[in-house]
Ligand binder design. Structure first.
Ligand code: F6P
Length: 357
């Protein structure tokens, strides 16, 4: 007999349901008795005791369903130790709900912030398994997060669509891609979509180098240029600012996002007509791609395996093609960023893609 809790926290992504299905199928196939409690809207449900008892039937038919059947919300890690407006100690409340339901383990699906709280709960003595979710692919200790590949597919599709119209109009197009503070999504979708210029936070850009790359294409007789711009892309000047000065600059920032600032500079310096496309939350939506369905099933199955063996306190990740358990304490709070020396960056540069550096 096992009693497990499940929750999904932070921004959603395509393969959350597929992953939970893997966990529950893996357990129900191997246990005669299983109780599953789903906490609603992420940690909020765990704090305020908002949960539902689920059966294995709830996890049938959800392999291809995007979003999360449990709902989700953002509960910042830095606020976890701060009592709520009624003075409730959130960490204590989460522990009480865990003990009240006599859970054997709490399975937590989420990104970096979620992982930090998962580790905090582990330090507080709860049995935790974390599963790495995010379209940003920025979780340390796993080569891949579920949701990432599905988002790459959508962002690539967006660039593909832009390609045909860009070619007809002789314009410069900027496609702004999600990814928070890292460039994995932009790097992959940019290469897959054949972008001419890729701008990511880890490689601050020089606007003059960006202009040079556009002018080079014009001189070669290519009428259009496509830039894949990470939402966190940053210029060399801004990257050189202190945290305080950068914050100050952003306070008076007149653009909706970095692409609009870039577009204004490019238009001014080249005179070429510019268009901006921001696929936004589309990148987290829809069905998980087959790669993510397989990854999620594997990660979920391995989480079930760990629970059956009563091995807790781990994130289940994939390293060099093998699903592995990684001690939560070793990875929580670390970010996996793109190294400018990454082979993928080097190969992209080799075929002439500019990073504006
Ligand atoms: O972490 C996933 C992500 O989609 C980031 O790429 C993006 O910066 C952020 O979430 C958007 O968050 P929200 O859904 O809260 O607007």
């Amino acid at each position: 007999m096992k009693r497990i809790g499940l929750l999904t926290s932070g921004g959603d992504c395509q393969a959350l349901n597929a992953t939970m299905r893997g966990v529950v199928k893996g357990l129900s196939h191997n246990l005669t008795e299983l109780e599953v409690y789903g906490f609603m809207d992420g940690y909020k449900g765990l704090i305020y005791g908002d949960y539902r008892m689920l059966t294995s039937r709830d996890f049938s038919g959800i392999l291809t369903k995007g979003g999360t059947i449990l709902g989700t919300s953002r509960q910042p890690f830095k606020m976890m130790r701060v009592p709520d407006e009624k003075g409730l100690d959130k960490v204590e409340a989460m522990k009480q709900n865990y003990y009240k339901l006599r859970l054997d383990c709490l399975v937590i699906l989420g990104g970096n912030g979620t992982q930090k709280t998962a580790n905090l709960l582990r330090e507080e003595g709860l049995n935790i398994i974390h599963l790495p979710k995010t379209i940003d692919n920025d979780i340390y200790g796993t080569d891949m997060t579920f949701g990432f590949q599905s988002a790459v597919d959508i962002a690539t599709e967006a660039i593909d669509c832009i390609h045909t119209t860009a070619a007809s109009h002789n314009r410069v197009f900027l496609v702004e891609i999600m990814g928070h503070k890292v460039g994995w999504l932009t790097l992959h979708a940019g290469i897959a979509g054949g972008a001419d210029i890729i701008l990511i936070p880890e490689i601050p850009y020089d606007i003059n180098k960006v202009i040079d790359a556009i002018n080079r294409r014009t001189a070669e007789g290519k009428g259009f240029t496509i830039l894949a711009v990470a939402e966190g892309a940053i210029s060399k000047e801004d990257a050189a600012l202190s945290k305080k000065d950068f914050k100050e600059k952003m306070r008076d920032y007149k653009y909706p996002s970095v692409s609009y600032e870039l577009a204004e500079q490019i238009e001014k310096k080249t005179g070429i007509e510019i268009r901006i496309t921001v696929p936004g939350h589309m990148q987290r939506g829809g069905s998980p791609c087959p790669y993510d369905r397989v990854l999620s099933t594997r990660l979920g199955a391995e989480a079930a395996n760990l629970i059956l063996k009563e091995q807790y306190g781990y994130m289940v990740g994939i390293i060099n093609g093998k699903v592995k358990k990684v001690p939560l304490g070793e990875v929580a709070g670390k970010l996996k960023v793109v190294s400018p020396d990454d082979q993928l960056v080097q190969h992209a540069k080799l075929i002439g893609i500019s990073f504006g550096d």
